[in-house]
Design a protein around this ligand. Sequence first.
Ligand SMILES: NC(=O)c1ccc[n+]([C@@H]2O[C@H](COP(=O)([O-])OP(=O)(O)OC[C@H]3O[C@@H](n4cnc5c(N)ncnc54)[C@H](O)[C@@H]3O)[C@@H](O)[C@H]2O)c1
Length: 258
Amino acid sequence: MLIDFAGQVVIVSGGGRGIGRGLVERFVAENATVVALDLAFDDQDDDGALAGVRKLQCDVTDTASVRAAIDAVESEFGRIDVLVNNAGINVEGEVESLDPARWRACFDVNVFGVFALSQAVIPAMKRAGRGRIVNAASFAAIIPSVGAAAYGASKAAVVQFTRVLASELGPWNITVNAYAPGMIPTAMNGFADLPEARQNRLLDTLSLRRWERPEDVADLVCFLASDYAGYLTGALIDVSGGKFATQMPNVAHERAAL
Ligand SMILES: NC(=O)c1ccc[n+]([C@@H]2O[C@H](COP(=O)([O-])OP(=O)(O)OC[C@H]3O[C@@H](n4cnc5c(N)ncnc54)[C@H](O)[C@@H]3O)[C@@H](O)[C@H]2O)c1
């Protein structure tokens, strides 16, 4: 254990699987009272890693669903210390052929969902005079990729939202930060199922040249949620294994292999 969240209530949206599940497991290990929000949960998890976690069905695109979930947390636990806005979807497609409904769905989950949950927890955090809101952005907020107009634009919106909200909540000692993961194989992207040559091309874009793990993201998110990050707000922190470092990090790996 590195950071102790004993007595603190941590909410993780999209906590049922993928990176969110890794975040939930880490906060449990760090002694937090953890609430996972998701569209649905796998019943088989009841005795597994999510045992002891408060699981609440919540659709972040639905204001009434968000309100009900946050009301339930407040009445059950009486406080909200940390909100991690992890829930997100990936929408791929070139602009010319992208179904407008998919563009809207992308912004509904990735941007409106972050707004709605953040708005809902602000009163509890203001009353406490302290709080942490941590938002999942992506390297795609900064690095453009063909076919990622909707996703990249939605994550860029999360970054700007983060900065504005950090300013608005500064007077209450509530920090708001975003993080930019790189490439974690999950159900969202299916990286692990790609042909080896395609996997290698993607790995060639990383200075650290390995797939990222949910634990790599959890290390940073725990820090941002902790007292150690008390003077850090409005930032986008890169946890991508070097996506932003150079355009061709594979040159260093090729030289190192000689
Ligand atoms: N996997 C990556 O490589 C990567 C890279 C950069 C950023 N991210 C971001 O990290 C976050 C998690 O990604 P992941 O790879 O774990 O994805 P994932 O698809 O495995 O998990 C996303 C979770 O969000 C939930 N969710 C989706 N829509 C929801 C809604 N309307 N209401 C509530 N929950 C909802 C899903 O049910 C799921 O449990 C996302 O915001 C994603 O954009 C992921």
